[in-house]
Design a protein around this ligand. Structure first.
Ligand code: DQA
Length: 145
């Protein structure tokens, strides 16, 4: 059974409370439950995590090199700043899909660049939590192929 690691970065633990007009009302627990159901329907298992700390996220990316068949990443604000996460992803051989709940290109200019998107296979943004579901569907095909 394929195993997908889903990594969430800073402030995503506040999903549902923080700026609901941008990020919606679903909590991260809701997103995890939806991902778990969808992964099961695709015959995949997921390891779903969140941290506010860059170094912890880098450790988890390195762990995923050994354990995961695919990676879904929403590193939040660290997407726009972290060369460390960029470099960690470069060492990963399995397909990586970056997800953003919001469309980062329709927001402030400092969000328009993502260091981590440039080393991901694909990016899904602006579709809210559905982006995670679509990323899992894409990975089911990529991992299979
Ligand atoms: C985000 C977009 C980032 O710019 C922001 O810092 C976040 C969430 C998103 O999912 O839309 O924390 O990654």
């Amino acid at each position: 059974m394929a195993s997908i690691t889903v990594l969430n970065g800073p402030n995503l633990n506040l999903l549902g409370e923080r700026e609901p007009q941008i990020y919606g009302h679903q909590t991260l627990d809701d997103v995890e439950a939806m991902c778990r159901d969808h992964a099961a329907s695709l015959d995949m298992e997921i390891d779903f995590r969140q941290s506010n700390h860059e170094g912890v996220l880098i450790d988890w990316v390195q762990e995923a090199r050994r354990l995961a068949d695919g990676l879904i990443c929403n590193f939040g604000a660290l997407s726009h700043t972290s060369i460390g996460l960029h470099d960690a992803l470069l060492a990963v051989d399995v397909p990586i899909i970056e997800v953003h709940l919001s469309n980062i290109h329709s927001r402030e200019t400092f969000r328009h660049h993502s260091y981590t998107a440039s080393v991901s296979k694909g990016v899904i943004m602006g579709l809210g939590p559905d982006g995670y579901r679509l990323a899992l569907t894409a990975l089911a095909e990529l991992v299979d192929g």
